[in-house]
Design a protein around this ligand. Structure first.
Ligand code: FAD
Ligand code: EPU
Length: 339
């Protein structure tokens, strides 16, 4: 276990904002996990579990301990004619897992290519992109209950997955350290190409009947074009969730604001495009100091260099105010905000 006091978190968050932790603990093995659980009295008000830092905004320091879960490992635990169950430790890199699965001839997560971060964080907000969510392939989540040290196992239906949501992000926020997930992947590939732009990208690549690897390549191309690379310009992907509203509200807004993209979801709800509303309010490409809105995508807030987390938060608040006053819609941030 690696330990550092008064540690910088700047290189550990994709916004690259300056912040410090009272203590930084890096867990690299099952044994480290056990030592950590017996020695450390985790307090969610003071301490924090951190993965790749790609869905978090540090608007303040962490007084207590930041725990990095870097425990690696993955293995196939069941292999039938088509379905394959894979167990993956929380410290594995998500995109590397996608590439590995494709090399094994397995499909199911190719549409989730190039999402930054680690496997342990993937269930937190039920990562999703291009028509697929983690909830479509996940079987179970293994976790440690931080208060008691007990091992807990959650089946798919226990996780309360929703759009950018799960019990781990909502009712049980701060209670568990996710150690491992089990995925159900397929040997027989069925392409999911319904999301706008995926089919066009494949056509532009000259591909008619795509393999899973080709779908992954198309998604990577799309994402590289649409989203700023955090290695170049600090960001955490979408800063706000797409608002989910009653269908009648969505229908009225679509009437009042021509062109507003509305996507039907389950039940009586509909999802609105936050990016569109933010762009219409004039924010796309806006910059105040080093905090800004990406030129490529209105939903992505960026750090052009030396913005503080607080400055990014102030910009987010101003965007939220203008969307509220124009559309009557309350935007919810997607990343975890540490104040
Ligand atoms: P972190 O930022 O380290 O942590 C996020 C939250 O999870 C925090 O609350 C943290 O405390 C908690 N956490 C982390 N690890 C654990 C653990 N092992 N146990 C318990 N709690 C834990 N997301 C999408 O869903 N779809 C996208 O298409 C997408 N695109 C993105 C594009 C870019 C350029 C960027 C920068 C981000 C994007 N994201 C996207 C957001 C982000 O990549 C995902 O949410 C990712 O799962 C976060 O992983 P992480 O390891 O970086 O989590
Ligand atoms: N749009 C604009 N202006 C922009 C960008 C987009 O008006 O600057 C409009 C366009 O009409 C476009 C629509 O918004 O058709 C949707 O845009 P996009 O396909 O980029 O999707 P999104 O709703 O903005 C969501 C996720 C992304 C995910 C993509 C692809 C959320 C909050 N964001 O973005 O996830 O990669 O779909 O599935 O749901 C993330 O969570 O960090 C993230 C990047």
């Amino acid at each position: 276990m690696k330990r550092a006091l008064n540690a910088s978190l700047q290189h550990l968050n994709s916004f690259s904002v300056a912040a410090r932790a009272g203590q930084l603990l890096e867990l690299e093995s099952e044994q480290d996990l056990q030592v950590f659980m017996t020695e450390h009295d985790f307090d969610p008000e003071r301490d924090l579990i951190l993965g790749g830092g790609s869905n978090i905004l540090f608007a303040g320091d962490v007084e207590g301990t930041v725990v990095l879960n870097h425990v690696h490992g993955k293995r196939i635990v069941a292999d039938s004619e088509n379905e394959v169950l894979v167990d993956v430790c929380g410290g594995e890199n998500w995109h590397q897992l996608v590439l590995w699965s494709l090399q094994q001839g397995l499909s199911g997560i190719e549409n989730l290519s190039l999402i930054p971060g680690l496997v342990g964080a993937a269930p937190m907000q039920n990562i999703g992109a291009y028509g697929v969510e983690l909830a479509d392939v996940i079987v179970s989540v293994q976790a440690l209950e931080l208060a008691s040290g007990r091992r807990r196992s959650f089946g798919h239906d226990d996780c309360q997955f929703g759009y950018r949501d799960s019990r781990f992000k909502s009712v049980d926020a701060g209670r568990f350290l996710i150690t491992r997930i089990r995925l159900r992947l397929q040997r027989i590939f069925t392409a999911e190409l319904n999301y706008a732009g995926v089919g066009e990208e494949l056509r532009a690549m000259g591909v008619k009947d795509p393999t899973a690897k080709q779908v992954s390549a198309a998604i990577v191309r799309l994402r590289r074009r649409k989203l700023p690379d955090p290695q170049v310009t600090g960001n955490a992907g979408s800063f706000f969730k797409n608002p989910v509203v009653d269908r009648a509200v969505a229908a009225q807004l679509a009437k009042d604001f021509e062109g507003l993209p509305v996507y039907a979801t389950d039940h009586q709800a509909a999802k609105l495009s936050a990016a569109w509303m933010i762009e219409q309010c004039g924010w796309k490409g806006h910059r105040q100091g080093d905090a800004g809105v990406a030129r490529q995508h209105a939903l992505v807030l960026v750090n052009h260099g030396h913005a503080s987390g607080q400055q990014i938060l102030e910009l987010a608040d101003a965007i939220g105010d203008s969307v509220r006053s124009r559309y009557g819609i309350e935007l919810q941030p997607e990343p975890r905000i540490v104040r």
